[in-house]
Design a protein. Structure first.
Length: 276
């Protein structure tokens, strides 16, 4: 028996704040052939993109078109709902602090107006930088130093005002376990919409009238039923799926375009998926 490592206190405080959340879980399968082709073309041009980067880029544009889902709620007797004018994505990272493996999160602001390159630069810096020094993780480090009751009170006070939520918690969240043989998982990220990414695996899919083997991602969406209903959440998930399967529908300036045609079952896509 031992005390909870102080490096995990921020997670404890965050989970304590989810008691009012009303989660409902959806999932779908995404044919990632177009994304992996774009990724391979980018790599040949000395660009490297993560699967999380593609999802952040696509989901931000979908949520910008669904302002009802890009919001948050607070209160029981007099509930109030905020709709945010910017789309901020919270991304979870598997990091180590003081020798303890922890989940740290950071908010990437205004993603609907960021290019894929700009998003990936932020992801790379947060993934590869020193978690003991990065300012985005300063709040978690501060909570580690406080006694548990003080830290929980401070965390609640900081995130309670709806006006602060978008900056502190994001307006949607993304978490990935795709680096392990996990098909799907369902997370609550403290936002109205949370996306969970599993592995990309070769599976049979229908393309037109043919069944081919293609790289498939299990994509989950957890939504807070207090803020939106299932039909709205299903629209969001379906549009994210469509955006990824047709990436890039509207290419960002300076990004390599995908090949003009797609082979039904590309060995190169399988190789690219194994490195996601």
């Amino acid at each position: 028996m031992r005390a909870l490592p102080r490096q995990r206190r921020h997670t404890l405080h965050f989970l304590a704040g989810l008691r009012d959340f009303a989660p409902v879980f959806l999932d779908t399968e995404v044919d990632m052939g177009a994304v992996l082709e774009h990724r391979a073309a980018a790599r040949a041009d000395q660009h490297s993109y993560s699967v999380s980067g593609y999802v952040l880029h696509t989901a931000a544009r979908v949520l910008a078109a669904h302002p009802e889902a890009n919001g948050a709620i607070r209160g029981r007797l007099r509930p109030r709902v905020a709709r945010y004018g910017t789309v901020n994505g919270k991304l979870a990272f598997d990091r180590t602090l003081g020798g303890v493996r922890v989940v740290l999160t950071a908010v990437l602001p205004d993603l609907a107006n960021c290019s894929l390159d700009e998003i990936q630069q932020q992801v790379d810096r947060l993934r590869d930088g020193d978690p003991e020094q990065l300012k985005e993780f300063a709040g978690a480090r501060m909570l580690h130093k406080l006694p548990v009751p003080n830290g929980r009170l401070l965390s609640r006070m900081a995130t309670r005002p709806l006006r602060r939520r978008a900056a502190l918690l994001g307006t949607f969240a993304v978490s990935s376990l795709g680096h392990r043989p996990i098909d799907g998982f369902y997370s609550i990220g403290g936002t109205t919409v949370t996306l969970g990414l599993g592995q990309i695996a070769q599976r049979p899919v229908a393309r037109g009238s043919a069944v081919v083997i293609a790289p498939v991602l299990r994509l989950s969406l957890t939504f807070d039923h207090r803020v939106i209903d299932g039909a709205e959440a299903a629209d969001v998930l379906a549009e994210i799926k469509t955006g990824l399967e047709n990436f890039p529908a509207v290419p960002d300036a300076g990004h390599p375009a995908p090949p003009a045609t797609r082979e039904p079952a590309a060995a190169g896509a399988e190789k690219a998926a194994s490195r996601s």
